[in-house]
Design a protein around this ligand. Structure first.
Ligand code: PLP
Length: 433
């Protein structure tokens, strides 16, 4: 194929695959196998010794999953990717790949609830401290950094607040200290390209927009290949000291003959090997089917969501609309700078009728599904105060941006008139009486 860089629409259909050499199959087949026949003992030794990359065992790699990984790396502009069983596994591994007990991470407060739990509780129990800072001021990341800080972490477009994260500002601070910025770009694939702003690693819940069809849970970690892990070796001991679990390999050096892939190589051969959250080949296949249309779907999600935000802002039942293009000040500036082509498919709003109004609104919906998910081709809605955030104290709900009357929408690909009609009748029902 041409050496000219290909566009996302083309990469989503072609990257990482060109017809099966033995069968001619155009679509990457589902390689539903656990293991792979070695050619001979020399071949097996080379694979285990990483002198050659290849298939050994599906927990560590699979050809169907490999196409998904190559395609996502190409779309994101990274050098390599690792697909895993869920978005949760992706964020856990992204940090465990750099942190041991006693180390710390500085993270934005604005996170998906599952990630918050992982960071505040499970990683803490493993001895990894996550220090939460308000991303409004990027300097907060510097202030929370000490000699044990191994990574910064944030979501590009975190819900429910939907305030776009200052990727370039925080990535630049981290690079001064040898600290990489890891960005969860789940809500903004193709709309924001975190590597172009200095992020070192991107993670996704592929369950959302990447699949789009709502059939499969999956996650991915993508290595930007743009971070010098050796520049401050004391800062990244897991990549710069001999790994006793892999015959003393020092990953930052061992990976060099294979490319700038030390980070993602270690994640595969250590974390997938030992912790084992492998993506099933069937789910990789499903996610590949969805990915083919991602570049077509994202603009439509944005267009419909923008129309929904404008519509909600005009309704008397609505106290406020939470959508990047409806923000002011620094939040609006960041949204316009990082998301010039569209502000995503998530819309929040607050009902004047509060908690009861939120419940009535959700129960009246006919087209929207009431589910704990985002990024589906179908429109989805949830009332966090009675579901995802119901266990939190009112103070913690408020701190996380959720008021009693807050409703979160994930706007799908239906015709906009049908979406607005369903919202309109449910807003009427929210008023009650
Ligand atoms: N990151 C974000 C931003 C999410 O919204 C989610 C799930 O809702 C996850 C990570 C976790 O992904 P998964 O459900 O695939 O484990």
């Amino acid at each position: 194929m041409t050496s000219r860089p290909l566009h996302p629409e083309t990469l989503a259909l072609h990257a990482g695959w060109r017809a099966d050499p033995s069968t001619g199959s155009v679509v990457p087949p589902i390689h539903q196998t656990t293991s792979y026949q070695f050619q001979d003992t020399d071949h097996a030794s080379r694979l285990f010794g990483l002198q050659e990359l290849g298939n050994i065992y599906t927990r560590i790699g699979n050809p169907t999953t490999g196409v998904l990984e190559a395609r996502l790396a190409a779309l994101e502009g990274g050098v390599g990717a690792l697909a895993v069983a869920s978005g949760q596994a992706a964020s856990a591994y992204a940090l465990q790949n750099l942190c041991r007990s006693g180390d710390n991470v500085v993270s934005s407060t604005d996170l998906y609830g599952g990630t918050w739990n992982l960071f505040a509780n499970t990683l803490k129990d493993l001895g990894i401290e996550v220090r939460f800072v308000d991303p409004t001021d990027p300097e907060a990341f510097r202030k929370a950094t000490d000699e044990k800080t191994r990574a910064y972490y944030a979501e590009t477009l975190p819900n429910p607040k939907l305030r776009v994260f200052p990727i370039a500002e925080v990535a630049a601070i981290g690079r001064e200290y040898g600290v990489p910025l890891i960005v969860d770009n789940t809500a903004a694939p193709l709309l924001v390209r975190p590597f172009e702003h200095g992020a070192a690693v991107v993670v996704y819940s592929a369950t959302k927009y990447i699949g789009g069809h709502g059939t499969s849970i999956g996650g991915v970690i993508i290595d930007g290949g743009n971070f010098d892990w050796e520049a401050k070796p004391e800062r990244q001991p897991l990549l710069n000291t001999p790994d006793r679990s892999y015959h003393g390999a020092v990953w930052a050096q061992a990976a060099k003959p294979l490319g700038p892939i030390a980070y993602i190589l270690r994640a595969r051969v250590i974390l997938l090997r030992d912790l084992g959250a492998a993506l099933s080949p069937f789910n990789a296949f499903q996610l590949l089917q969805g990915l083919e249309t991602l570049p077509l779907r994202m603009p439509r999600h944005c267009q419909n969501a923008q129309a929904v935000a404008d519509f909600l802002a005009s309704r008397p039942e609505v106290a406020s609309v939470i959508y990047p293009s409806h923000m002011t000040g620094v939040a609006r500036e960041r949204a316009d700078r990082y998301m010039p082509g569209g502000k995503g498919g998530l819309v929040g709003f607050e009902l004047k009728s509060g908690r009861d109004g939120g419940r009535r609104f959700i129960d009246a919906l006919q087209l929207f599904y009431h589910v704990a998910n985002i990024g589906d081709a179908r429109s989805l809605a949830i009332h966090p105060a009675s579901t995802t955030h119901s266990q939190l104290t009112p103070e913690d709900q408020a701190a996380s941006g959720v008021s009693p009357g807050y409703v979160r929408l994930s706007i799908g690909l239906e015709h906009i008139d049908d979406i607005l009609a369903d919202l309109s009748q449910a807003l009427g029902a929210a008023q009650g009486g």
